[in-house]
Ligand binder design. Structure first.
Ligand code: IPM
Ligand code: MN
Length: 355
């Protein structure tokens, strides 16, 4: 495997650049230690650029991003930009254009980290959500009729293709079969969404029975899943679900693992030559810009996921172990709860990685 990687870095808006600085600090430390050569290129995308130039994601930039090995993104979002412009124009566009059909969100409570769940510890909270990332309600299918009149109709359709569902399920089955519990929950709503989740359920059972007989297949409705995630999260090993449900349940996942300060995610195109994008789950939190109070561990963890996806397992594990240790030692993981600044948290992780 190549030890060199071309990485596009999107520093983003608000507090994005502050956490990215720490993410890159740790990435550079790890690449020195493990002999990787990371070729980083900065891309100026986000609210600031949009307000200055009107550019959201120029085609020329998209074409350059296609040629990278991976994208490392902090957070995009600006209080002066109308909601939806940057989300749809940058984040969702990159997910769709680069066919990053898996959104991978590990939910793991590290020892010493506080969870809001009473009597639950690291042994109860250790699962991964595989969220379909290019279809469902996010596909942008629908429209208005008679917009702005009393008879207005707005339709927003959930698109579920057999191909899209199959490839997502196969990824989830493969992941489940690589873990010791080998358990996979499909999360859906087969009792109401009887077209979409019928397709999901049939595909789930067909693929499981044909190719993954070692994986224990289970099903939960999404409302029950929300209940179990806070009441008995130890039920879960791997969860696979559609785009919208995955968006919602992974916010619960983030909170039970200690909050957005520690939650990392990957938008993955698992195909050969696919370009994947790694980001913290949290947003740009612009009200805290420059205050050095945002937790960089989620962004650092996203960097570890990026190295892992590229096959640099030793470096990835080393960063993850350092993140876990620092997380467990901090008094809290929320904004301003860390007792030390954003930069000092990054220094601690980097020092552990350097060894
Ligand atoms: C996420 C975010 C995005 C999503 C938004 C910002 C478009 O909430 O990554 O979970 O809905 O996917
Ligand atoms: Mn979300």
């Amino acid at each position: 495997m190549s030890k060199s990687m071309n990485i596009a870095v999107i520093h983003g808006d608000g507090t994005g650049p502050e956490v990215m600085r720490e993410g890159l600090k740790v990435l550079r430390t790890a690449s020195d230690k493990f002999g990787l050569s990371l070729n980083l290129t900065d891309y100026d995308l986000g609210g600031e650029r949009y307000l200055k130039t009107g550019d959201v994601l120029p085609d020329s930039v998209l074409e350059e991003l296609r040629k990278q090995d991976a994208i490392y993104l902090s957070a995009i979002g600006h209080p002066d930009v109308k909601p939806g412009v940057l989300e749809k124009g940058i984040l969702l566009k990159l997910r769709f254009e680069l066919d990053q059909y898996i959104n991978l969100r590990p939910v793991r409570l590290y020892p010493g980290v506080q969870t809001p769940l009473k009597d639950k510890g690291p042994e109860h909270i250790d699962f991964v959500v595989v969220r379909e990332n290019t279809e469902g309600l996010y596909a942008g299918s629908g429209g208005y009729l008679k917009q702005g009149t009393p008879d207005e109709i707005a339709v927003q359709e959930s698109i579920n293709t057999r191909k899209g569902v199959d490839r997502c399920l196969r990824y989830a089955f493969n992941l489940a079969s690589s873990r010791s519990r080998k358990q996979l929950h499909l999360v859906g709503k087969t009792n109401v969404l009887t077209f979409a989740f019928d397709l999901w359920e049939r595909a789930f059972n067909e693929i499981g029975a044909a190719d993954f007989t070692s994986v224990d297949r289970r099903y939960h409705h999404v409302d029950a899943c929300c209940m179990f995630m806070v009441w008995a999260p130890e039920q879960y090993d791997v969860i696979v679900t559609d785009n919208m449900f995955g968006d919602i349940i992974t916010d619960i996942g983030a909170m039970i693992q200690g909050g957005l300060g520690i939650s990392a995610s990957g938008n993955i195109n698992p195909e050969p030559g696919g370009v994947s994008m790694f980001e913290p789950v949290g947003g740009s939190a612009p009200q805290f810009t420059g205050k050095n109070v945002i937790n960089p561990l989620a962004c650092i963890g996203a960097g570890a996921m990026m190295l892992k996806a590229a096959g640099h397992l030793e470096a990835a594990d080393c960063i993850e172990a350092a993140v876990a240790k620092v997380a467990g030692e901090l008094p809290g993981l929320g904004v301003g709860e860390m007792g030390i600044g954003t930069d000092a948290v990054g220094d601690k992780v980097a020092a552990l990685v350097a060894g």
